[in-house]
Design a protein. Structure first.
Length: 243
């Protein structure tokens, strides 16, 4: 078996998927900006993929049809609850950003029944629309970053792309409750600006998304092969930290 990164322009995506299948591929992962295209291409999609309107995992079925799923939410949830022992039930949560990354994780988090999830975004209207989309699953609110001044949270998740450019969303100094958890969906060989901010502001856990990467990949592997790989030793061993 091989698992290799292939750079595919948006306009060539469908042709690349068909060629991959013709070459004997069993399935593939898609990353930004191909997740919405993968959702449109899939003949059938899981409920969680339909909910967020994006597919990061395509499975080639025996009849040649394409099944689409999104493993981002379950990947994050397993890293938080299994690997980091973070309790979500009855906790207050903040998600920074209202793009596709936030959309992909909201359902999994809401099914753990936090007290409330607040979505903060530079464009307030986008945060409000996303909150409304998931409001049937729990208490979800949207606001701008200036609306965080009087609020504090148990869990803060950075779902923006700020870390990829070495930047940090505008965050108030009083954002974290005691023993808070900070989690950046991005990952790097060094602490991201958000991870460092969490450590500087007293978070009991402040970590990047390498565990989520491993866990969502394990879920995808299960969809392709019917086997769920053991993940903890890989994450704890820091194998991917070297890459």
């Amino acid at each position: 078996m091989t698992y290799t990164a292939i750079d595919v322009p948006r306009q060539n995506f469908e042709a690349a998927v068909r060629a991959f299948y013709a070459d004997g591929g069993r399935g593939l992962n898609c990353t930004v900006p191909l997740k919405e295209l993968a959702f449109e291409l899939a003949d059938q999609s899981s409920q969680r993929a339909r909910r967020c309107g994006a597919v990061n995992t395509l499975v080639f079925r025996a009849d040649g049809s394409l099944y689409g799923d999104n493993t981002d939410g379950v990947g994050l949830l397993r890293d938080l609850t299994d690997n980091l022992a973070v309790q979500i039930h009855n906790k207050t949560m903040l998600i920074l950003g209202a793009g596709g990354a936030a959309r992909g994780i909201l359902e999994a988090l809401l099914r753990e029944k936090p007290v409330q999830i607040v979505i903060a975004n530079r464009t307030v209207e986008k945060a409000l629309r996303l909150a409304e989309l998931f409001s049937d699953l729990g208490d979800v609110k949207g606001c701008g970053y200036d609306g965080l001044q009087s609020q504090s949270f148990d869990i803060v998740i950075n779902a923006t792309a700020a870390s990829l450019s070495g930047e940090l969303p505008p965050l108030p100094e009083t954002l974290l409750n005691a023993k808070a958890c900070c989690y950046d969906l991005a990952y790097a060989s060094q602490p991201t600006p958000f991870v460092q901010w969490g450590r500087d502001h007293g978070a009991s856990i402040s970590t990047d998304g390498i565990g989520m990467l491993v866990e969502q990949a394990a879920e995808a592997f299960y969809l392709w092969r019917g086997i769920r790989p053991e993940t903890r030793s890989l994450i704890q061993g820091g194998v991917l930290k070297q890459g």
